[in-house]
Design a protein around this ligand. Structure first.
Ligand code: F6R
Length: 637
C-alpha cells in the first residue's frame, strides 16, 4: 500500500533555486497534488502503526487542505487506511467561537475529516474557542504542553494566508512564539468575510499554535493553490526571513516542502521569468511572454527594443534563435496586432488568416456562459454588445442562480412589494416573517432563496434586453451544485454536467464564451468552468462540435496577462458607457455588495479600470491606443 509521495530536497542544495530558499514542488492541479500529500500522510500513519507508535498530525482548516482530507477519507473507505493510531492537533480556532457554530474550525474538521474516519474522539485536539478569557493563557500553555507530551508533531499540514500567516500567526509574530491568542489581521478578516456573510461577523481574535510550535514539527508541508496566493508564495520562498511575512520563518526549517499548483507558483522567478534562471526551450508562447516582459521592464514599445536590451536581460539565446532584435520585434508586434479585432464573431467576407476568429459562417450561434447572473456584462459586456449588433444568434446561459449574493434587506423590499400587490399572498407573508426574524446562523428558507434568485433573474433580463437580446435567448440553468443556501457549495455532479450538455446540444454553438477564472480553486467560477470542460469532453465527438471554438474571459478579479491574450476586442468611449449601463441593471450587486473581497471598488469601476489597463498595456507595447479592451484566450478541447 505504500506508494510514492513527494520527494523532499533540502533547500539551497539543488539546482533551480538560485532565488529560492524553500523546497517546493509544482503540480498542474491542486487535485493531483493533494492526492500525493495525502499519500505521504498515509505512508507516515502506516509506518508508525507498523512500529506500534502513535502518529501525531498537525492539521489546518480553510480551503487549501480540503482535497487532502477528501483523499484521506477515500483511502479510509476504499483502502482500509486506519486512523486508530493517529492523534491530531489543529492549528487554530476563532475566538470566541462555539463548537457547534458552522463557522467553527471544530465543525469544519468534523465535516471534512473526523466524521468519516475511525480516529478515536479522545485523540482529536482543536483549540477550544469557548475557554473563558481568564483561563485562556493557561489553556494555551496546556495545549502546547500536550503536543510536547506526545513527543511533538510528526507532520504539520499548513495553508498560507495572503498576509503570509501560517496558523493565525499574523505579521509581527515572533519566531519562538507558542500557542496563544492573537488579533486577526484586517486582510485575514476580509478573506473570511464571505463565509461569515460580512466582515462585521468575523471574529477579531483567534487561538493559534505559534511559529515555534509549528517549526518544531518534524516534517512540514504547506499547500498553496490559486493565483491569489502567487504573490505571497513568492515573497515567502524568495524573500528574506522577516516577521512581516511569518511564513518566511519556514526557510530555516530543515524538512519543509511547499506543494503548489501552477497558478500559485506563477510569480516565482523560475516560472515567471525562466530565462533569468536557466536555459529555456523557446516555445512561441514563451517568446511572446519574454518580449512583453522585456518591453515592460525597459519601458519601451516592442519596436524600440535593441540587441543590448535582450542580451542584458538573460535573453541572448532567444536572439541567437531568432536573428536580430529588429526581426524579433516585428514578429512579436505582428503577433499582438493580430489579436485585435472589432469582429469577435469573425469579419464576414474577409481574409481571416491573421484574425483571431473565422469569417464563416458569417452568422454564428453563440453561447455566453456566465457563472453568476452578471459576469456576462461585467467581463464581456462590450463583446456581447458587438456580437448582437453584428447579427449573430447570441444566447446567454446563467449557470447559477446567484441567490446567495442578494442581501436580506433587498429581498425584503421585493417581498413587501409583492405583499402590497397581493394582500392574500401567504408566500410573501412567510418570506417577510422569515427575513424579519432571521438570525446569523440561519440558512435561507427555500422560498427566500427562490425570491432572491428571481430578483437576479429580472435584473439579468433587464440587462440583456438593453443589449438587444430577446428573452427567449436567455437561459437560467440554476445548476444544482450551487443550491445549498450557504457559501459552501456541493461538488459538481452528473446533474450539473447534464444540464450543460443539454444546452450545448440544443444550440449547437459555433462559439462558446466562458469564465476562465482559476483564481479560487473552490470558488463557483471554477466549478462552473469544470462543468463546461466536462460537457465538452462528453460532446466533442459530435460533428457540430468540430465547428465550435471556446473563448475564455476572466471573471471580476483578474485579467489575462498580455502575452496570453488571443483575442482583444477594443471598445470606444461610447461602448464603455453602454457596458457600464448594462452592469447598472444588476442593482442588487451595487453599493456595498455582499462578496466584495478586499477591493472596495464597485464591479463596474473595477472592470472599467481593468479594461482601460489592458488597452494601456497594448498601447505601451506600441500598438494602437484604444479607450478599453476586453481580452480572451482560446481553449482547445
Ligand atoms: C487554517 C489556518 C490558516 C489557513 C490560511 C489559508 O487552519 O491556520 O493559516 O491555512 O488562512 O486559508 P485558505 O486555505 O482558506 O486559503
Amino acid at each position: 500500500m505504500i506508494k510514492e509521495g513527494i520527494h523532499f530536497k533540502e533547500a539551497g542544495k539543488f539546482e533551480e533555486t538560485r532565488f529560492e530558499k524553500i523546497h517546493n514542488v509544482i503540480f498542474n492541479s491542486s487535485q493531483e497534488a493533494s492526492v500525493l500529500v495525502a499519500q505521504e500522510i498515509a505512508n507516515l500513519i502506516l509506518r508508525k502503526s507498523e512500529l506500534n507508535e502513535l502518529c501525531v498530525l498537525g492539521l489546518a482548516t480553510g480551503s487549501s487542505p480540503i482535497k487532502v482530507y477528501e483523499e484521506l477519507v477515500r483511502m479510509h473507505k476504499e483502502e482500509d487506511l486506519s486512523f486508530k493510531n493517529v492523534v491530531t492537533f489543529n492549528l487554530d480556532e476563532y475566538y470566541p467561537m462555539d463548537k457547534d457554530n458552522i463557522q467553527s474550525y471544530f465543525h469544519f474538521m468534523h465535516e471534512h475529516l473526523f466524521n468519516h474516519i475511525d480516529i478515536l474522539p479522545e485523540n482529536i485536539n482543536v483549540p477550544d474557542g469557548k475557554v473563558s478569557s481568564e483561563d485562556l493563557q493557561q489553556y494555551c500553555i496546556d495545549y502546547e504542553m500536550k503536543i510536547k507530551s506526545y513527543g511533538g508533531l510528526d507532520f504539520q499540514l499548513l495553508g498560507i494566508g495572503r498576509t503570509g500567516h501560517i496558523g493565525f500567526n499574523e505579521p509581527g509574530s515572533h519566531i519562538n512564539s507558542g500557542t496563544r491568542s492573537i488579533t486577526l489581521d484586517h486582510v485575514t478578516r476580509i478573506d473570511a468575510a464571505p463565509a461569515f456573510l460580512g466582515i462585521e461577523n468575523v471574529p477579531r481574535k483567534a487561538i493559534t499554535m505559534g511559529i515555534g510550535t509549528i517549526r518544531n514539527a518534524k516534517r512540514i508541508v504547506l499547500l498553496g493553490w490559486g493565483v491569489s496566493k502567487a504573490g505571497i508564495i513568492r515573497q515567502t520562498i524568495e524573500g528574506e526571513i522577516s516577521s512581516h511575512v511569518p511564513a518566511t520563518y519556514l526557510q530555516d526549517h530543515n524538512n519543509t516542502t511547499f506543494v503548489l499548483d501552477s497558478e500559485a507558483s506563477s510569480e516565482l522567478t523560475r516560472v515567471k521569468t525562466p530565462w533569468l534562471v536557466k536555459s529555456c526551450v523557446w516555445t512561441e508562447e514563451l517568446k511572446l511572454k519574454a518580449v512583453v516582459w522585456l518591453s515592460e521592464l525597459m519601458g519601451k514599445p516592442f519596436l524600440k527594443l535593441t540587441d543590448k536590451d535582450y542580451n542584458d536581460n538573460g535573453m541572448s539565446s532567444l536572439l541567437t534563435e531568432e536573428g536580430t532584435a529588429y526581426d524579433l520585434n516585428i514578429k512579436m508586434f505582428n503577433k499582438m496586432q493580430h489579436t485585435i479585432t472589432g469582429w469577435p464573431g469573425g469579419k464576414p467576407n474577409s481574409d481571416d488568416s491573421h484574425r483571431p476568429e473565422r469569417s464563416t459562417p458569417t452568422k454564428k450561434r453563440v453561447i455566453i456562459f456566465s457563472p453568476h447572473p452578471d459576469d456576462d456584462v461585467i467581463s464581456m459586456g462590450g463583446t456581447f454588445d458587438r456580437l448582437v449588433e453584428q447579427g449573430h444568434e447570441v444566447h446567454v446561459a446563467y449557470q447559477t442562480s446567484g441567490n446567495i449574493a442578494v442581501s436580506n434587506e433587498e429581498a425584503l423590499k421585493f417581498a413587501e412589494i409583492s405583499m402590497a400587490l397581493n394582500k392574500n399572498s401567504s408566500e410573501a407573508a412567510n418570506i417577510i416573517n422569515f427575513l424579519k426574524n432571521k438570525s446569523e446562523n440561519d440558512i435561507d428558507s427555500i422560498e427566500v432563496r427562490k425570491l432572491k434568485g428571481l430578483i437576479r433573474r429580472s435584473e439579468s433580463l433587464a440587462a440583456t434586453r438593453y443589449l438587444g437580446l430577446k428573452d427567449s435567448n436567455v437561459h437560467f440553468l440554476d445548476l444544482p451544485f450551487y443550491e445549498t443556501g450557504t457559501i459552501k457549495k456541493n461538488n459538481l455532479s452528473e446533474a450539473d454536467v447534464d444540464i450543460m450538455c443539454d444546452i450545448i446540444e440544443t444550440i449547437k454553438p459555433h462559439q462558446i464564451y466562458a469564465a476562465g477564472d482559476l483564481a479560487d480553486p473552490h470558488g463557483t467560477h471554477k466549478v462552473c468552468l469544470d462543468s463546461l470542460f466536462e460537457a465538452l469532453k462528453r460532446l466533442k465527438r459530435n460533428d457540430y462540435m468540430n465547428d465550435c471554438w471556446v473563448w475564455l474571459y476572466r471573471g471580476a478579479w483578474h485579467e489575462w496577462d498580455s502575452y496570453q491574450i488571443e483575442m482583444a476586442v477594443p471598445m470606444s468611449p461610447d461602448q464603455v458607457l453602454k457596458k457600464r449601463h448594462a452592469i447598472f441593471y444588476h442593482q442588487s450587486q451595487k453599493d456595498g455588495v455582499m462578496f466584495q473581497g478586499d477591493d472596495s471598488r464597485e464591479f463596474w469601476v473595477r472592470v472599467e479600470d481593468r479594461n482601460r489597463l489592458t488597452a494601456k498595456k497594448y498601447n505601451d507595447l506600441g500598438l494602437a491606443e484604444y479607450a478599453a479592451i476586453e481580452a480572451f484566450k482560446r481553449y482547445y478541447f
